[in-house]
Ligand binder design. Structure first.
Ligand code: RET
Length: 236
């Protein structure tokens, strides 16, 4: 698909925003005590991956034509890696250190596997929905994706809470609230965009996704790292 110059500009700004976000998160990470720096890894790669996805879209290799319409597959390639990393970042911030030996660690891995598994299914089935652009069965795929989204929310609001560290629980709850509000915008935007009802035109869709993406990745990552920093200062 040929991008208009406005669409290209938005995608280049998205690329720069994500790349700067990755640098800012890494820099902020160095202000953390060494023992807490591992919290930065997931947030850094979320922004680095998104910077590459935006670069792919800006340089015109991020779309495929389906049923005569352009689908931004790079978005889904980005989300399938970044959303599990965002959830992993959230869970590792909130969960207490494992003290119960092997079985406790396996239990946690099971929960993390559930959250990430459901999340990958959410993005994969959402991707199939978008490949069915213009076909009525896309709504079946959309509904399947929403079911997996609900499973993710159920796990992070339910079973995950029993593993929380008392010191980090307020940060987990705050980040989870922000994540929920931001993530709920995606399925709504999908319905309004070209893959759904076409209420928003392609440029509007690219713009709104770019803004939400930068907040959900860079904004969320900075809040996470800053939150870890204040929690570790308070504990010192
Ligand atoms: C789709 C459409 C199908 C139904 C649902 C969706 C949810 C997508 C979500 C994406 C989150 C992306 C993030 C990106 C990072 O910046 C695939 C749009 C439920 C929740 C957080």
């Amino acid at each position: 698909m040929e991008l208009t110059s406005n669409q290209e500009l938005i995608l280049w700004i998205g690329t720069a925003g994500m790349a700067l976000g990755a640098v800012a998160i890494a820099a902020l990470g160095f202000s953390l005590p060494k023992s807490e720096r591992h919290h930065v890894t997931a947030s850094f790669f979320v922004c680095a991956i998104a910077a590459c996805a935006y670069l792919a879209m800006a340089t015109g290799v991020g779309t495929v034509m389906m049923h005569g319409e352009a689908v931004f597959f790079a978005r889904y390639a980005d989300w399938v890696f970044t959303t599990p990393l965002l959830l992993l970042g959230l869970l590792t911030v909130g969960m207490a250190a494992v003290t119960g030996g092997g079985e406790a660690a396996r239990e946690r891995s099971g929960l993390i596997g559930f959250v990430i598994g459901a999340d990958i299914m959410m993005i994969a089935t959402g991707f199939v929905a978008s490949l069915r652009i213009g076909q009525s069965d896309r709504w079946i795929w959309y509904a399947v994706s929403c079911v997996f989204f609900l499973l993710v929310l159920w796990a992070v609001y339910g079973p995950a809470k029993q593993y929380l560290d008392a010191r980090m629980a307020p940060l987990y709850t705050r980040l989870l609230g922000i994540l929920t509000v931001l993530w709920l915008i995606y399925p709504v935007l999908w319905v309004l965009g070209t893959e759904g009802t076409g209420t928003l035109d392609v440029t509007g869709e690219i713009l709104v996704f770019a803004v939400i993406d930068v907040i959900a990745k860079v904004g969320f990552g900075i809040m996470l790292v800053a939150g870890v920093r204040s929690a570790s200062k308070a504990a010192a």
